[in-house]
Ligand binder design. Sequence first.
Ligand SMILES: O=C(O)CCC(=O)C(=O)O
Ligand SMILES: [Mn+2]
Length: 207
Amino acid sequence: MPEIAPGAIHYPGFLDAAAQEALAREIADVIAQAPLFVSRMPKSGLPMSVRMTNCGPLGWMSDKDKGYRYEPRHPETGAPWPPIPQMLLDVWDALTGYPKPPEACLVNVYAEDAKMGLHQDRDEADFDAPILSLSLGADCRFRFGGRKRSDKTIAVTLSSGDALVFGGPARLCFHGVDKILPSMLTPLPAPLAGLGARVNLTLRRVT
Ligand SMILES: O=C(O)CCC(=O)C(=O)O
Ligand SMILES: [Mn+2]
C-alpha cells in the first residue's frame, strides 16, 4: 500500500462495492438519528462548506463563540450521538491495530463545490492514536503536507472505498480537500444518494 508520507498509508479500494453499500446504509441510519448540520468558523462565524454529523461517544463541531471542539450531544437535537457502526469499529481494528476503540466518527458531506482548507487535526487530547479516514462517492483531490503549514504538500486522489490512516510521525500533518473532481462523479452509494457528491468518515480517539 502506498505510504504517502512516513506514517500515512493510503489503501485504495479498501472497501469493495458491497462494503461501500453496507457502510452507506449504516451512515444513512446515523444521519436519520443525528441530522446533518453546518459548523461555523470560530470568530468569523462563516459557515463551513461541508455539512456534518457524528457517531460515537463524542462528536466534532464548531461554532462562532466556542470554536472547534468535541461534544457528547448533537447541537440541534440535544440527543447523544448514535453509536459507531460495528463495521467501522472492525475497520479501525484491522487498519490501525490501536488497542482502544475510536471515540468519534465525524461524517462530512461534500456538495460538488465543497472543499476543506489545509488544517491539522489537533482538537484531541491524545495524539498517540492514528486517524482513520474512509471515503464514499466522488473522487476528490486531497492534499497532504507536513507538520508545518508551510511544508511542501502532495496531492492524492481519494476515491470511493479508499481508506487513509495517518498516525505516528504523520498524526499532526496538515491536510485538506482541494476539490471534488467533477469529471469523476462516482455517485454516492444508493442509501446516501441525493445528499451530496462525496462523504468522508474520520475516526479518532479523543481523550
Ligand atoms: O474529507 C476528507 O477527506 C478530510 C476530512 C478532514 O480532514 C476532517 O474532517 O478533519
Ligand atoms: Mn482533518
